[in-house]
Design a protein around this ligand. Sequence first.
Ligand code: ADP
Ligand code: MG
Length: 749
Amino acid sequence: MPELRLTDSLKNVLGAATAKALDTGLHLRTVEDLLRHYPRRYAERGQLTDLASLVVDEHVTVMARVLKVDNKSYVDRRTGRRADRLEVVVTDGTGQLTLTFFKQSWRAKELREGRIGLFSGKVTVFNRSRQLTHPDYVLIPDPGHVLDAGSALADLPAADDSVLRYAGAMIPVYPATAQMPSWKISSAIDIVLDQMPEHLEDPIPDTTRIRHGLPDLRGALRGIHRPETRDDVASARTRLRWDEAFVLQAVLAQRRVAAAALPAVPRVATGDGLLEAFEARLPFTLTNGQVEVGRTIADDLARTHPMHRLLQGEVGSGKTLVALRAMLTVVDSGGQAVLLAPTEVLAQQHHRSISAMLGPLAERGLLGGSDRGTAVALLTGSASTARRRQAMLDIASGEAGIVIGTHALLEEKVQFFDLGLVVVDEQHRFGVEQRAALAAKARDDNRPHVLVMTATPIPRTVAMTVFGDLEVSTLTELPAGRSPIETHVVPTLEKPAFLDRAWQRITEEVAQGRQAYVVCPRIGDGASSGEDVPAGEDDRRPPIAVLELAPSLEEGPLSGVRVGILHGRLAPDAKDDVMRRFATGPSAPDGIDVLVATTVVEVGVDVPNATVMVVMDADRFGVSQLHQLRGRIGRGSHAGLCLLVSEMPPATAARERLDAVARTLDGFELSRIDLEQRREGDVLGASQSGSRSSLRMLEVLRDEDVIVASRDEATALVLGDPDLATVPALARAVAALLDEERADYLEKS
Ligand code: ADP
Ligand code: MG
């Protein structure tokens, strides 16, 4: 028999029918696909599945013991004839599950009391008890029989030697489908394992493998599919996690190495330019972190290769200022810097605040502007044609040293005079491809330097995977003089009166000259929108809406207070107007005291005079999102108060999440809590993951040691062998991952 290769098609190995069944639903096409379809868990001999844990509507495979068998007779409604229904109750020792077979009473012969088997089917509820209708099953050979050798084997149905396999101590339970129950997958894997060559090309080099005590690929695949002990499983799992981490880190290391080889124009501040003038104007001193990160960035910018750096940090830690200093450095050296924001509101606000911070330095060409200054251009998709044309002209001529905008900047017709630095704000919403689109806008063959900022702190391993092609800098401290933010949950179910107290607090703050946000999960004009929190599959009332709450507050508890509204579907000019009136605050005749808004205020909005935030239906928001929202207050010299309003009952998961937010201001801790509750795909984010199926075993939060070690190993390998010529199996895995990523990207765009 010719030896199998991992790339062989299953059709040739298992036959067309089985191959088709494995493809439909499970998408397994090659030998490697099948071998990388790992068991979900293992049923252990003598350990029955906890039946209480079964989820209705899921396809499950359980190991259980037959408790009683009952053949019931009933009248078939359709035919009017008598028919029989076999009801088999199985148990795990405590719970029970009913197996129902219609017109198959003969099964009573094999499903005898006391027999143990694997049963597989979809869980439904009938007469208040959980059942599987017409489950597939295999019975485990009776141990008594097996010991009694001669008769045991004679006893078994000769054709079905798959049953023998279940004499093993650990029975793999695979993610399965109706056509392909777990044990059929297991049989297919047996066939493949039997023909597996002695030596499998390994994507992990031997030196790495041995250094970290990992089994080889062949051993790991055997260990995961046919373990004899729990230790077999554990060591196989570690090795297979390594596979995933290592391939991913090799891709990222290749990207870093390739990027580091690209040419860039070094940008060094002149010493007597804008940066210096700007710093002289700053009303505060930089934090230590800002100074340190600023120095690192200045070093990066001075190189002849492009910087690729991630700047992450606590909400309110002053990332924008760090970015602005980098931008001014580039402008001083004669280049342009662009700041890419995820939303119009944010782009407008950056434009406003950066212009304000620069003061006369941002008014070159205007009367009263500094002759050392530059112009700050704003380019968004919805600006008027005339304004867009002017902005594009200023960008192309180099008149605008600093350019701020949204996705509109990515368009091909936007041409820079000499783009030196790209700053991407609140990165989670931009993909690698979008960064690349901007990077292509530099002069000649040069690449711009790139600085990416995240909205919230992220755990180290997430940074290493999602942003693994970037170097990471972190700002942990908040500027001095920040006021503390107190956070409380307002449980309207138990204490309805607390909500009135919240509105009263807002009135008091406004009377003191302060301002407040009221955040709602929904806009409320019927149409759905991206920033609306989905109503969810539950039967709760619709979330509280901006357009409904604002008027009722104005007429009720907040009468006499100037209330404004802000949401994503306002026209851009209207948004800008509202934000301006809120930012200018109480002193202005047309100022806004209380802003009722959706999560458009989530990131970046900076109005230091705002001291109170009330979040309605707070349980509808994620933990990191609440932390980010809360970061809008406590930015000035007055203490902040954040009230999380929820009608969820105490001791529910939703309330616990809110309590966590109320308990700590540590964004790193909160982001961990947040990520732990999501599925892995969400952890990696939409556009960066490219890992529809490449991360099966690895969990980004749990497997920190594997990720860190594999990153070091992969980086060292790629530095010495950028094309991975010495490890062909790795080169193939890397190519497959990139294909998958491309496919994901195409699917989404
Ligand atoms: P984030 O890191 O969340 O983006 P920002 O960049 O929006 O934070 O900064 C929050 C606020 O802190 C801004 O108003 C900014 O001007 C101010 N700020 C930044 N650095 C300092 C500092 N060193 N001292 C005092 N205030 C600062
Ligand atoms: Mg910011």
